[in-house]
Unconditional design. Structure first.
Length: 289
């Protein structure tokens, strides 16, 4: 199958919002938009129920998918919109679908006054399993016709930089005609804390080293994407808090997830976990080695 921007659609307002965001992204990339709905297995007794059984479920999901596809075609007449249904468990099926896509987009509920995401088990499962980038779009996202609004915020780990994460952020910024806001935070091991009292310039020297490391890591990407403006932010503190704060004015937040085998559960890292829950802008998680 040719590459697409794919949306996991379940009929909820959150997934419809994700579909609208994905439509803009598909247009930017010049790719078809693919809507995928997963029919989850039910017990034999439930399958025969006239209200919640298999036949009723398929009727409503086909209607939801059809209506969403038609709405998107009307708003984006130049966009090819595909729709399909698959059987299986959503977390597993959508992770597999991601492998056939340039990008997989999912919706997340907002938490009202708390101001965060409610990602849910399916979302976390897909993010943890997918071998391609996955975007979480919160229900509060508003489409205003300008997909390039706001910088692309990039979470940077200077100790283990990965090309896949940097490449995604810079390509997105170039595609959107916007800038990259590279955010790096640092903290010192406990045994270094005593150095502050002994030498008041110790923290300044450490900060300068971290700033220099960030500049060095970004240097080849500045050269490769000369048209993309880059802003560097390096400071002491929590990476997740800094990224969440930066997300308030961002068009997109890009973070990484290291691929690693796990015998149970989902493992996406504490920073990515926090950003997924609390960022204001859509968040893309890029898997890397």
């Amino acid at each position: 199958m040719s590459r697409t921007v794919t949306v996991g659609l379940d009929g909820s307002p959150e997934s419809r919002t994700a579909a609208e965001w994905a439509a803009g992204e598909a247009r930017l990339r010049g790719l078809p938009l693919r809507l995928v709905h997963v029919w989850e297995p039910v017990t034999e007794a439930m399958a025969e129920d006239p209200v919640i059984g298999t036949a009723a479920q398929r009727h409503w999901t086909e209607r939801i998918s059809g209506e969403t596809a038609e709405e998107l075609r009307q708003r984006h007449p130049d966009l090819e919109v595909l729709s399909e249904h698959r059987d299986g468990y959503p977390g597993e099926v959508l992770a597999a679908v991601a492998e056939e896509s340039e990008l997989l987009v999912l919706g997340s509920r907002g938490l009202g006054r708390v101001g965060g995401y409610l990602v849910g088990s399916v979302g976390f499962s897909v993010v943890a399993r997918a071998g391609r980038p996955v975007v979480l779009v919160r229900s509060g996202w508003q489409h205003d016709g300008d997909a390039a609004e706001g910088p692309v915020v990039l979470g940077v780990d200077t100790t283990a930089p990965d090309e896949a994460v940097f490449a995604f952020a810079f390509e997105e910024a170039e595609r959107r005609g916007t800038s990259v806001r590279a955010v790096r935070t640092w903290s010192m091991p406990t045994y270094y804390v005593y150095g502050f009292a002994a030498d008041p310039t110790f923290d300044q020297e450490w900060s300068l080293q971290e700033e220099a490391a960030l500049t060095e890591v970004l240097k080849p990407w500045r050269q490769k994407y000369p048209a993309v403006e880059v802003t560097e932010e390096c400071g002491y503190g929590s990476a997740s808090l800094q990224l969440v704060e930066a997300s308030h004015d961002a068009g997109l937040v890009v973070v990484g997830r290291r691929r690693r085998p796990a015998s149970f559960g989902t493992h996406i890292g504490p920073v990515t976990h926090a950003v997924l829950h609390h960022a204001k802008a859509p968040v893309v998680v890029v898997p890397h080695d």
